[in-house]
Design a protein around this ligand. Structure first.
Ligand SMILES: [Zn+2]
Length: 325
């Protein structure tokens, strides 16, 4: 799990201050795309409130309070999490019962509802009572990827905190901290903007294989090797069975061409493929060939979404790339 202090340092600092000044609101909406650390931040906030052994204003993560919050066994930190398409009145019933009780071990109680955009109007309305007459010490946190889909009555009674997406360098850092090799972390961070998506990508054992096959293809294309055409069927198709995997293969190819184009024109910046010699060889071809190639890959990506099969879209692409320039 990425470290929330590294992922959202500004929010950690701001909320640390808000708590120290006793200015914490009773209801928050954490709004931000997947992977921005909303649920982890809610957990951090709960630990910050309950921790018996704060270290420089930070929860220790080890004391009995922190441990129970981390393992989601704390009686006064209650989560509502559901994978269902919608969160219905029945689903929030248990949470409401909990909200009506007083704290088991003190006054402070924290309630977290994840994916609040999925609350049905009935379920959201049934929670309104707790928004309108908050009990002292009660903290309600809703997390959402789409605050505009929340009922205005809920939105207007809570403070909205926007979670910024992490910078690419942060995604790379967090992936490496999670044990992903630097080379894979760099490529994954270029293909996805979030740590969560990047981690899932890097955890797929075929991800590294797809990179390797795409780089081999890039090398064949740079050398004008006609075997590139056959490699689509023999090497790429077996590694790209599902639509997301097929999109990933084309995204990898596009990234290799983008890297090569930057190298060709000496554009500085973090390259997805680093010092990869096969991309460097491609960069040594003409600028026209690279920019035409990138345009052809974009066309193939569009055709793939229009239900052309991966094999025929990619074979046509390889012919275009071989002929480009
Ligand atoms: Zn603690």
């Amino acid at each position: 799990m990425p470290d929330i202090e590294a992922l959202q340092p500004t929010l950690v600092r701001q909320f640390g201050q808000v708590i120290a000044e006793g200015q914490l609101s009773q209801a928050y909406i954490f709004n931000g795309q997947k992977g921005t650390g909303k649920a982890q931040f809610a957990q951090w906030l709960a630990m910050r409130l309950f921790c018996q052994n704060l270290q420089d204003g930070q929860p220790c993560g080890k004391c009995p309070e922190c441990s129970r919050i981390l393992s989601e066994n704390h009686p006064d930190v209650v989560w509502l999490r559901s994978d269902a398409k919608s969160i219905k009145v029945d689903d929030v019933r248990g949470l409401k019962q909990e909200m009506s009780k007083s704290g088991v071990e003190g006054n402070q109680r924290v309630f977290v509802i994840e994916g609040a955009e999925r609350l049905t109007p009935g379920a959201a309305n049934s929670l309104l009572k707790f928004y309108e007459e908050p009990v002292p010490g009660m903290l309600i946190i809703l997390t959402t990827t789409a605050k505009n889909q929340l009922l205005p009555t809920i939105l207007s009674r809570a403070q909205v905190i926007n979670f910024p997406a992490p910078a690419r360098s942060q995604v790379i850092e967090q992936l490496e901290a999670a044990g992903v090799t630097p080379a894979l972390a760099r490529v994954a961070a270029h293909l996805s903007a979030s740590i969560e998506a990047g981690t899932a990508m890097a955890a797929d054992p075929q991800f590294a294989q797809r990179i390797e096959r795409v780089l081999a293809l890039v090398d064949q294309l740079a050398a004008g090797d006609p075997a590139a055409f056959v490699a689509v069927q023999t090497d790429l198709v077996p590694l790209a069975k599902t639509p997301p995997d097929q999109e990933q293969v084309l995204a990898l190819l596009a990234q290799a061409y983008a890297d090569a184009l930057n190298q060709h024109y000496g554009v500085a910046g973090v390259a997805a493929f680093g010092e990869e010699p096969r991309v460097a060889r491609l960069a040594g071809t003409s600028g026209r060939r690279l920019s035409d190639g990138l345009a052809a890959i974009l066309q193939a990506q569009i055709r793939l979404r229009q239900n052309v099969t991966f094999q025929s879209a990619t074979e046509a692409l390889v012919i275009a790339l071989g002929a480009a320039g």
